[in-house]
Design a binder for this molecule. Structure first.
Ligand SMILES: [Zn+2]
Length: 401
C-alpha cells in the first residue's frame, strides 16, 4: 500500500482500460487498473470513465500579436499575393490600435488552457522597432499563469535581423529578460542574406546554450536551400535535437523525391518541423517526414491577428485539421495526428517530465470519447484539465485563478 495525495479513479486510458492514477506532489506515482490499485489517498476523484490523455503541447503561438479578446480586426488583403513584409506593416498598424498586450495575452492563454494545453512555445517579437518591451510584458504574464501552463518564449525577429539594425544585440539581450529559445525569419527572402542571418541565430544559440526555432515561409527550392543550410549548421555545432523550423512550406511544395531527400537530411540533423496545416497552403508531408525520423509538431500559430482571422487555441482541433488535410483515415494515422500535438510536441520542446507515465508531472485532460481516433474526429469539448494534479479547467471553464 502506498500513499498518494490524490487518486483519480475511472480514467479510461488509450487502450480502453479503466485505471486509477495516483498523484503525489504534483507527479504521477502510479497508474494501475481500477480495483487493483493498492493506494490510499485522502482525496479521491472519480473521472467517470472519461478518456484521459496527456496535456496538449501548443508548440507555436504568438501571445503578443493576437487580438483575441480585443475588438474584431477585419483582415486586410496583400496587394499582390502573400507578402511577409506587407503583412508585418499591417500588423504594425493594427498593434497601435490594440487593447493592452497583457490583457490580450491573458485572454489567449486562458483560451489555450481551457482547451487542454499544458505546455506552450510562444514566439515574441524582439527587434530594433519594438525593443524588449513585448518580451517584458509576456514574461510578466507568463509568471501569472505559471501554475497552469509551462511557457517557453522565443525571441522572434519579425522585422529581420540584418535588415533591422540593432536587432542582433537585442536578440542576445532577450536571454537576460527571460527568453528561452532564439528565433529567426526567412533568412533568404526577408534579410536577403542567409549566411549573415544564420550566423546571428546560431551564434546566439551557441553563446547562450539555447534551442533554435526559425520561421521559414520561403517557397520551393529556396526554402529547401535554407533547410539544407540550417541542417548543415545544426550538425556542425552538434545541435541535433535542439533546432526546429516552423512552417517549412517548401517541403509541401517541391516534388516528393526532393521532400524525401530533405527529410533524410533533417532527420540526420535532428531538426523538428512545426506545421499547423494552414488554410489553402501546401504544407509538409507529415507521414513522409515521420517515416524518415523527423519529429513533426504543431501549434495554433496566429489567432485572430494581422495574418488571418482564424484560430481557436484548440490543439485537438488542430490535430483533426492536420489529419483532415493529410488524408488520415485509419486509426493508426489518426493516432499519428494525436501524437503530433502531444508526445512529438514534447520531444520538439525538450520537455522532460511529460506524459501519462510514472514520475511525469500530472498534467492531463479528460475527453468525452471512447478512444483517441474518436477524439480526433469528434473533437469533444467541455474538457477538464489537470496541471500538476490540480484541476485548472472544469468542463471547459478555466478555474485556475
Ligand atoms: Zn508564427
Amino acid at each position: 500500500m502506498h500513499n498518494a495525495d490524490i487518486l483519480f479513479r475511472g480514467a479510461r486510458l488509450f487502450d480502453g482500460t479503466l485505471s486509477s492514477i495516483g498523484v503525489k506532489d504534483g507527479k504521477i506515482t502510479s497508474i494501475e487498473p481500477d480495483g487493483s490499485a493498492n493506494i490510499s489517498a485522502h482525496n479521491v476523484v472519480d473521472l467517470g470513465g472519461a478518456l484521459v490523455v496527456s496535456g496538449f503541447v501548443e508548440g507555436h503561438i504568438h501571445l503578443d500579436t493576437s487580438f483575441y479578446g480585443d475588438a474584431w480586426k477585419p483582415h486586410i488583403l496583400c496587394t499582390a499575393g502573400f507578402d511577409v513584409r506587407e503583412r508585418v506593416e499591417f500588423q504594425r498598424r493594427n498593434m497601435t490600435q490594440a487593447a493592452p498586450m497583457a490583457e490580450r495575452a491573458r485572454s489567449q492563454l486562458e483560451l489555450c488552457i481551457a482547451n487542454g494545453s499544458t505546455h506552450m512555445r510562444s514566439h515574441v517579437m524582439v527587434d530594433a522597432r519594438v525593443g524588449l518591451e513585448s518580451l517584458e510584458t509576456i514574461v510578466a504574464v507568463r509568471e501569472e499563469y505559471q501554475d497552469f501552463i509551462d511557457v517557453q518564449l522565443v525571441a522572434f525577429p519579425q522585422n529581420g535581423i540584418i535588415d533591422c539594425q540593432g536587432t542582433a544585440e537585442l536578440l542576445d539581450a532577450a536571454f537576460d529578460t527571460g527568453c528561452n529559445v532564439i528565433g529567426g525569419l526567412d533568412p533568404a527572402s526577408f534579410d536577403r542574406d542567409t549566411k549573415a542571418h544564420l550566423d546571428v541565430v546560431f551564434g546566439i544559440a551557441e553563446k547562450r546554450g539555447v534551442d533554435i526555432d526559425i520561421h521559414l515561409h520561403d517557397p520551393d527550392m529556396l526554402g529547401i536551400f535554407e533547410l539544407e543550410e540550417i541542417a548543415a549548421r545544426s550538425r556542425a555545432l552538434g545541435m541535433q535535437g535542439h533546432v526546429a523550423v516552423s512552417h517549412a512550406y517548401a517541403l509541401g511544395e517541391v516534388p516528393i523525391d526532393v521532400a524525401r531527400r530533405t527529410a533524410r537530411l533533417l532527420a540526420e540533423a535532428g531538426i523538428a518541423i512545426m506545421t499547423n496545416a494552414p488554410g489553402d497552403r501546401a504544407f509538409p508531408p507529415v507521414l513522409e517526414l515521420r517515416r524518415a525520423g523527423v519529429t513533426v509538431f504543431s501549434g495554433s500559430d496566429n489567432i485572430r491577428d494581422s495574418w488571418w482571422p482564424y484560430g481557436d487555441g484548440d490543439m485537438l482541433g488542430r490535430a483533426m485539421m492536420i489529419g483532415y488535410r493529410s488524408g488520415f483515415y485509419t486509426d493508426e494515422d489518426l493516432r499519428v495526428a494525436f501524437d503530433v500535438v502531444t508526445e512529438a510536441g514534447a520531444k520538439a520542446l525538450g520537455l522532460v517530465d511529460y506524459g501519462l507515465r510514472r514520475n511525469a508531472s500530472a498534467d492531463f485532460v479528460t475527453l468525452n470519447a471512447e478512444h483517441i481516433p474518436e477524439a480526433i474526429v469528434s473533437v469533444p469539448k467541455n474538457r477538464s484539465v489537470y496541471k500538476a494534479g490540480k484541476c485548472v479547467v472544469r468542463q471547459g471553464v478555466f478555474v485556475g485563478k
